[in-house]
Design a protein around this ligand. Sequence first.
Ligand SMILES: [Zn+2]
Length: 201
Amino acid sequence: MKAAVLYTFFAIILALPLFGAGECPACGGVVTTVGKVADDETKPSKNQWVWNRSICANLLFDEDSLICTRCWLAKDKNQPDTWMRSSLLPDSFVIPLSDAIRRFPEPGNYNQRFVGKRRIESMSFWCADSPDLIGKFQNYCKQHDLTLKLTRSERYPKEVFVDVEQKPIAQQDGADQPATASEAKAGGNQKPQTEKEATPR
Ligand SMILES: [Zn+2]
C-alpha cells in the first residue's frame, strides 16, 4: 500500500515537467517544445511550418518553439498568441478544416492558424497559368466566400502561385478584432519558395 502511494507520488512529480509548457489553446492537448519531438521523415510532416523538409532556413520556428503533441499546431515566436500548422493532407487536422478550404478543386498545402480565438485557414499551390483554370478557381472562391490571390514569378513564367484564404472564423468565446492582412501574408509570402524548392519539377 505504502509503496503504491509513493509510486503515485513520484509518478506525478516525474510527469510535472511534461505539463510545464502548458496546454494548447486550440485543442487543449499537451504542449512540448519542437526539440523534444522527432521528425520521422518516412512519414508526412506533422507540421510543414516546423519541418519543411527543404534546404530553406526556418525563420519562424526553432528547437525551443512550443508545439502541441495532439494537433501539432506550433507557436510563432514572433507574434503574440499565434499558433499554426501546415500540411499537405487536408484531413489530418485535429480541428477539421472548413469544407470550403478542404474541398477546393485542386490539392495544395493547407494551413490553419489561430490568432487568439480566431481561426484562419488557407491553402496554396503552384499550377499552370491558364485562364480556364483560374476562372474555375475564381468561381469556386466566389461561391464559398474565399479570397483568391494570384502571384506570378519571373522564375516560373508559365505558372502561377494560387493562395486561397478564408475569412477568419471566430471560436466560441468570440473575436473582437478582424485578422489583419499582414498576419495572413506572413505565411503566404514565404510559401511560394518553400513549396517550389520542396517539389522541384
Ligand atoms: Zn492542440
